[in-house]
Design a protein around this ligand. Structure first.
Ligand code: C2E
Ligand code: CA
Ligand code: CA
Length: 705
């Protein structure tokens, strides 16, 4: 904002043919700090003014050739002369001249018989006024500029003077012709005919009640067409309530409304696919539920999740991922009936609302159409993809009666579809809830369980049935779940086998068990071997041998101190696994077949397998006392292993009778709760000198189950 500034050395131009006046006034002005320029006639005065940019002009009325009035007019016509203060020097009491001087654009006048002191004061005063005027003009300019940015104009109606004033912007917004002056009628005329009467009513009310009002309306601009405007009007009265002034503003809000609309759209629609978003879907769904409740009709929710989208996104990049999602959005829309609603829930999740469902078949048909349409090949960035999608369906009122419950049910059903093999649909059923929820939580929590050191090994002794000494231990993994406590392997191994994490877990178990083995050896704890369970997924993964070599080197465990337990199914399946067994043997690591008897092995086919030990599954051990068949199987296993020179361990030994029976059939080693439940490494170290045949697990101190 400009401020009043004092010109340090202003220039005064004296135009007078009277040399005495020029000299005397000039001297006074110089003493007062002015630069002084002199001209003895009008024309040379004008040319000096043009070149000098004087700050003030002292102009004699009577000049040779052209008089002072004419010169004054010419000064005003020069750009910087428009605002320069011009003091006219008139004859004494020459009122006619004074009048003409003002007409010619003079700022002030003084008589020839000047008091020079007063003259200097007057000149200072004029300069200050001129500075104030200049500052005011600048403010007006910046106000006009601000108004043009805000597309905001203001107007006033000075009622008693019947005068209307308005800012430049008002003319612009209304598109008024240059010769058309603003007034209330002109404003009303510019308003869209459909809204004019209503606006007039509001305005009249405002004037009558001498209050303030606001309204929005369309203006019909002669060039730009319809413009949305906002009006604010305030009425001012005197103390008797007499109307004095009316002030109004009008603003072009078309652009703002456009942005508001866009924001509104963004709040309700997904920017990528253009489909309604989650919030929008919830709104529509809750309306539809109310409608269905009222009309006793059914509706269905389909929850759709792309299969393997993460892989596409990671391998082809996010822009390909986005492209795919867009195409899926289009395909979904193409499948729907009029009135159905497809929405994007975020990520690779979509939801469909099917109203007025006749029966479940309708939903099934649409789900099948979705699978067929979406499953067609698609080209994304020159890569041919076959999108797959899993769909869960929930039906109101059976599977939920609120947005949340219905969507949750559909979501659960979708997971069931994924588990059942993907790219298919499933209707919700009650059993899905607890199972999927639990499964999903565990699956999620497992992702960083290894990093967070939530796994722990317990060890269960393998015992000589003759003297109760520990010949080795089996490492059994436990998961310390932060919320659910200690979880047994059956609850998480199958999940890890599915998502591939089992390989990392297997390595961790091998490493930890090996370290423990070395620690025991160094502490001279007489445990000679640790058995580690290796999942079939890990065994066939191809990198087991490599990891084992590294672990042996890193931990210092002796290969003879390790035994790998695998189930019989694994070893039979591929040639690769037979090769793996041979390599393990080469390394000097022993192999045990776990849960033996429950698989499909033909006992005689074992002869050519490079294995060291069979573990009789606990099912045979536990039933051998009461069931002759089981006893016979156990006996056969023992006799075959004896002829093949394999060692045998009976699993799940719980009672004295079982031990007796096992001894009778020639089994020499056992493992089970009778001796000891799986326990921590420290607890095991404390047990080693005990004769475990004399003790029952329950009586052993400090054993965790
Ligand atoms: P498994 O290899 O057959 O392990 C023996 C299971 O029988 C253990 O269950 C053990 O606690 C239990 N058990 C031992 N003695 C008795 C008994 O006298 N009576 C009864 N009823 N059960 C007994 P756990 O620890 O729950 O492990 C279950 C299965 O999880 C294991 O069966 C094994 O297949 C798997 N597993 C355990 N640890 C690991 C591991 O580190 N890696 C892999 N891949 N699988 C593991
Ligand atoms: Ca085992
Ligand atoms: Ca077993």
């Amino acid at each position: 904002m400009s401020q009043l500034t004092e010109n340090p050395r202003p220039t005064a131009l004296i135009i007078d043919d009277d040399a005495v006046f020029r000299i005397t006034a000039g001297e006074h002005l110089k003493t007062a700090g002015f630069n002084v320029l002199e001209a003895e006639d009008g024309l040379s005065g004008l040319s000096q003014f043009r070149t000098s940019q004087a700050d003030i002009v002292l102009l004699d009325v009577t000049l040779p050739q052209q008089d002072g009035f004419s010169i004054c007019r010419q000064i005003r016509a020069i750009p910087h002369g428009e605002t320069v203060p011009v003091l006219m020097i008139t004859g004494n009491d020459d009122t006619e001249s004074i009048h003409r001087a003002f007409q010619a654009g003079a700022s002030d006048f003084t008589s020839k018989s000047v008091n020079y002191e007063l003259l200097i004061h007057r000149i200072h005063y004029m300069l200050r006024t001129q500075e104030t005027t200049r500052a005011l003009r600048e403010r007006e300019k910046s106000l006009a500029y601000a108004q043009s940015i805000a597309k905001l104009g203001n107007w006033e109606w000075l009622v008693q003077a019947s005068q209307f004033n308005c800012s430049e912007q008002v003319n612009r917004i209304l598109g008024l012709a240059a010769d058309k002056a603003f007034n209330i009628e002109v404003l009303l005329e510019a308003i869209h005919p459909e809204e004019r009467d209503q606006c007039q009513r509001v305005l009249n009310q405002c004037l009558q009640k001498t209050s303030q009002c606001q309204f929005e309306c369309r203006i019909v601009h002669p060039e730009h067409g319809e413009i949305l405007t906002n009006h604010e009007i305030k009425v001012i009265t005197d103390s008797q309530g007499e109307l004095l002034q009316v002030h109004g503003t009008l603003q072009d809000i078309s652009e703002r409304r456009l942005i508001e609309d866009r924001i509104h759209k963004m709040a309700l629609f997904d920017t990528l696919t253009g489909l309604p978003n989650r919030n929008n879907f919830y709104d529509r769904l809750s309306l539809s539920i109310s409608h269905a409740r009222y009309s006793k009709s059914q509706l269905a929710i389909m929850f759709l999740d792309l299969d393997g989208f993460k892989i596409i996104n990671d391998s082809l990049g996010h822009s390909s991922g986005d492209q795919l999602l867009k195409m899926i959005g289009n395909r979904l829309s193409s499948v729907l009936r009029d009135g159905d609603l497809a929405a994007r829930f975020g990520g690779d999740e979509f939801c469909i609302l099917l109203e007025d469902l006749e029966n479940k078949n309708d939903a099934a048909n649409i789900a099948q159409r979705c699978l067929d349409t979406i499953g067609q090949s698609i080209s994304v960035n020159n890569t041919r993809l076959y999108p797959r999608i899993s769909i869960g369906i929930a039906v109101y009122p059976f599977d939920g009666d609120s947005c949340d419950t219905l969507i949750r049910s559909a979501d659960n059903a979708m997971y069931a579809a994924k588990q059942a093999g993907k790219h298919q649909y499933r209707f919700f059923s009650a059993e899905m809830t607890t199972f999927t929820k639990h499964y999903l939580h565990l699956e999620h929590d497992l992702l960083d369980a290894l990093q967070n050191n939530q796994f722990e090994l317990n060890y269960q002794p393998q015992v000589s049935l003759h003297n109760g000494s520990i010949i080795g231990v089996e490492a059994l993994v436990r998961w310390h779940h932060p919320k659910l406590g200690i979880l047994a392997p059956d609850q998480f191994i199958p999940i890890m086998e599915k998502n591939g994490l089992i390989v990392s877990l297997g390595k961790w178990v091998l490493q930890s068990a090996s370290r423990q083995m070395v620690e025991w050896r160094h502490a001279q704890v007489p445990i000679n071997r640790v058995a580690v369970n290796i999942s079939g997924v890990h065994f066939s993964s191809g990198n087991l041998i490599g990891s084992l070599e590294t672990i042996i080197e890193e931990t210092g465990v002796k290969p003879s101190e390790l035994q790998i337990e695998i189930t019989e199914g694994v070893i039979q399946t591929t040639k690769e696994s037979i090769k793996n067994c041979a390599k393990l043997q080469e390394l000097g690591i022993k192999i045990a077949i776990d849960d033996f008897g429950t698989g499909y092995s033909c006992l005689s086919s074992l002869s050519h397998l490079p294995i060291d030990c069979l573990k009789i599954d606990k099912i045979f051990v536990q039933n051998m006392v009461d069931c002759k068949n089981n006893a016979a199987i156990a006996e056969t296993i023992v006799s075959i292993s004896n002829t093949m020179e394999l060692s045998v361990i009976a699993e799940g030994v719980e009672t004295q009778e079982q031990i007796q029976k096992l001894k009778d059939i020639g089994c020499e080693l056992g493992q089970g709760f009778y001796f000891c439940k799986p326990a921590s490494a420290e607890q095991i170290a404390r047990l080693v000198s005990t004769d475990l045949l004399d003790h029952q697990a329950e009586e052993l101190p400090g054993i965790v189950h």
